[in-house]
Design a protein around this ligand. Structure first.
Ligand SMILES: Cc1cc2nc3c(=O)[nH]c(=O)nc-3n(C[C@H](O)[C@H](O)[C@H](O)COP(=O)(O)OP(=O)(O)OC[C@H]3O[C@@H](n4cnc5c(N)ncnc54)[C@H](O)[C@@H]3O)c2cc1C
Length: 383
């Protein structure tokens, strides 16, 4: 099979990229190891993705947004960050002047399903499911991709979009900075007695962070960052004991809580690839930049990368030629590295219980609460 571009990994980023490049008239093959049935109806995975205005615009253009059930999309009006029991809170958004939400919360499995449908509907995209990449051979003019089942794909450009522990990145000989953060993230839905008014709450407790992200109705996505043993203990509690523990942990912020979904655990690993592109290849999504979820930017960065790569390749006679790929790599690194580095710092600060770290946290929150900083952050999310 001969195509312009092979995208390795049919996650939300790989599928959006395939659609974006095919909209420019390219032929694209997506290679995904999950079977078609799992792509067509992905299981709930506990993740609620906070999407920025820029991400929504791109999802609109790719006709992914219109495939989401509007009744399941929750506006995020304000975010409040606190340090432990301190009454001081950094509030972003909710100022009377904008009338715009900061962003929207959409379940990851719904985004995946919509992205798969949009990719299937796009002429020029073929999805090869239930198969992985066994070997790669890069030549001057093309890449030869051998699939696990022996099929051969000939392409001008290979894009690795197979997640933060990307096997393709390794096969391409690209290193990555990997940080195992020694914490796990437990995510689930909770129903609560009091309304959230569209406000996301995040605070430091228990040697980790607790976040409540507003969903439709009187329910929220609970996100607990915990040491692995604590996380395992919370997973083992029966639903009633879990609800009691969580109600106590949330200190009555939203009243009594009830577990309203399955619980999911993610070990926290962040990663940043040493190169974002090279001869006849590029990296996309988490394979390029695997953000710590605390700043809710992983998928938003993934979509920004889709837009940048598509813009760099627009009109290029050869999509695997060096100049557009290098332009993409420079632009994507410039746009993502500062927030990646800052997020690593915040994540470390928020899991350190030494007195010095506590003082720094309080200081950092007060600096961040200055009007100029808050407005800049709000503009960034709403841009
Ligand atoms: C708890 C949690 C909360 C989050 N919240 C947010 C948020 O609020 N906002 C935000 O922007 N981001 C958030 N993120 C990050 C977001 O989920 C990721 O950035 C996004 O899923 C990355 O998409 P991707 O397509 O790059 O990778 P993935 O979703 O990891 O998809 C990779 C795909 O590649 C396939 N694959 C892997 N290996 C192979 C192989 N060898 N061959 C073929 N296929 C392969 C996999 O099956 C998978 O389908 C969160 C993440 C977590 C864990």
């Amino acid at each position: 099979m001969q195509v312009d571009v092979v995208v390795g990994g049919g996650g939300p980023v790989g599928l959006c990229l395939a659609r974006a490049l095919a909209q420019q008239g390219r032929t694209v093959a997506v290679v995904e190891r999950q079977p078609r049935t799992a792509l067509a109806a992905p299981a709930f995975d506990g993740r609620e993705i906070a999407l920025t205005h820029a991400s929504r615009r791109l999802l609109d253009r790719l006709q992914v947004w219109s495939r989401l059930d509007a009744g399941t999309i929750a506006p995020l009006c304000q975010a409040r960050v606190q340090d432990g029991a301190s009454p001081f809170a950094l509030a972003i958004g909710g100022e009377a002047d904008t009338g715009q939400p900061l962003g929207w919360l959409v379940a990851n499995h719904r985004i995946r399903q919509a992205a798969y449908e949009a990719a299937l509907d796009q002429p020029g995209v073929s999805v090869l499911d239930d198969v992985g990449v066994a070997a790669l051979r890069r030549e001057l003019e093309r890449v030869v991709v051998t699939l696990d089942d022996g099929r051969l794909l000939h392409t001008r450009l290979l894009v690795a979009a197979d997640g933060r522990l990307s096997g393709l990145r390794r096969q391409l000989g690209v290193g990555a900075e990997l940080h195992e953060l020694g914490r796990s993230m437990l995510v689930c839905h909770v129903a609560h007695a009091r309304p959230h008014h569209g406000v996301a709450l995040e605070w430091f407790a228990y040697g980790g962070t607790v976040a409540l992200l507003p969903l439709v109705g009187d329910s929220s996505s609970l996100v607990l960052t915990l040491a692995p043993q604590q996380a395992a203990a919370m997973m083992a509690l029966d639903p009633t004991a879990f609800a009691e523990e969580v109600t106590g942990l949330c200190e009555e912020r939203l009243g009594a809580m009830r577990l309203a979904s399955s619980r999911h655990l993610y070990p926290l690993v962040s990663s940043y690839a040493r190169r974002l592109a090279g001869p006849r290849f590029a990296l996309a999504g988490d394979a390029a930049v695997g953000m710590h979820p605390v700043t809710a930017h992983g998928f938003n960065f993934g979509l920004a990368g889709v837009e940048r790569l598509a813009a760099a390749l627009e009109g290029a006679a050869d999509p695997g030629a060096s100049p557009p790929l290098q332009a993409f790599a420079r632009a994507h690194r410039r746009a993502t590295w500062p927030l990646y580095a800052a997020t690593q710092l915040v994540a470390r600060l928020y899991t350190d219980e030494r007195p010095g770290a506590r003082l720094l946290r309080r200081g950092a929150l007060r600096v961040a609460a200055m009007p100029a900083f808050r407005q800049a952050l709000r503009r960034h999310l709403q841009h």
